[in-house]
Design a protein around this ligand. Structure first.
Ligand code: CUA
Length: 313
């Protein structure tokens, strides 16, 4: 599911076509070179006359040089045509394009869906849901160092540079899950900075969006109510937001619908109750250097906290 050779949309399709061309060209150059090498090995001249002049050699060298230049120039032209085609994709002009701001942090992705109506803006993390067949404009930003957004099934990579905002257009032509990965070294946990793009039918996307816009569910039972108090009384609130509660930190992922996501810590762990427990109690053991400190809690408070987090669907 993370493959540039299995394109999921028009941008990736153009890039895959160019990859095919370059592969074919490279294979041909390899075949011709090997054939020339074999020919030279089989027609070795005798050691007795190593310096004997052979006028045809100069012609062969000139021909090989001309061929090399032609191959390289052709690749430049093919590459420029792909770039032009990407820039000219007509879908960009569509008025129903979706705009999503993606901000790279060490080491996770903040995702904010833009909307003219502020009450319909949505913030989430590490999981990008998009509707099939609709162009999506992704505004790339960075909160700290240079990262690079790369979802090979949908587009090539694009850097996130602090202080700049750069758009990247993607579109999924069929439903599916496309894995992406930070593609620019950004510190200790660069390798654990992944994201998922989940493309669904427009109706499913609308349902997901409506559910995500809701504030967090109220705790379902006594244990979860205690857990919510534990969350609000500890350092969690300094970094995390849970909409519908006083927790409003903005430096770490929004947890309002934490349990609805597929992965934890930007693709580091599957998001299951046992993994959530492991993560909260020992994030440094799982992702050394991560900004999240280990939560040292009495066992009863920890159990209540997990009951609360499990309910954040
Ligand atoms: Cu972010 Cu590498």
């Amino acid at each position: 599911m993370q493959s540039a050779l299995n394109p999921g949309g028009p941008q990736a399709e153009l890039i895959a076509r160019e990859s095919g061309w370059l592969l074919g060209m490279g294979a041909s150059v390899f075949a011709v070179t090997m054939a020339a090498l074999a020919y030279a090995a089989l027609h070795r001249r005798r050691a007795a006359d190593p310096q004997s002049a052979n006028p045809s050699i100069a012609r062969w060298v000139a021909a090989a040089l001309a061929l090399t230049i032609a191959v390289l120039l052709t690749n430049v032209v093919v590459d420029m045509r792909t770039g032009r085609a990407l820039a000219d994709l007509p879908d960009r002009a569509r008025p129903d394009a979706l705009t999503i701001e993606v901000t790279g942090h060490q080491w996770w992705w903040e995702i904010e869906y833009e909307h003219a109506d502020p009450s319909r803006r949505l913030t989430t993390a590490n999981e990008l849901h998009i509707p099939v067949g609709r162009p999506v404009k992704i505004e790339l930003r960075s909160a700290d160092v240079i990262h690079s957004f790369w979802v090979p099934g949908l587009h090539g990579k694009r850097d996130l540079i602090p202080g700049y905002s750069r758009p990247l257009w993607i579109q999924a032509d069929h439903a599916g899950v496309f894995r992406g990965q930070c593609a620019e070294f950004c510190g200790d946990q660069h390798a654990n900075m992944a994201l998922l793009v989940i493309a669904t039918a427009p109706a499913d996307f609308a349902r997901w969006y409506a559910a995500q816009l809701l504030p967090a569910r109220a705790p379902a039972d006594a244990a979860a109510r205690v857990g919510q108090r534990v969350f609000l009384a500890n350092a969690c609130v300094l970094c995390h937001t849970i909409r519908g509660t006083p927790a409003g930190g903005r430096v770490a992922p929004d947890l309002t619908h934490l349990a609805s996501r597929r992965s934890l810590a930007a693709g580091t762990l599957p998001n299951t109750p046992p993994h959530r427990r492991a993560w909260v109690l020992d994030p440094q053991g799982i992702k050394p250097g991560v900004r999240m400190p280990a939560m040292i809690l009495p066992a009863r408070d920890a159990e209540a906290l997990f009951a609360y987090l499990d309910g954040l669907q």
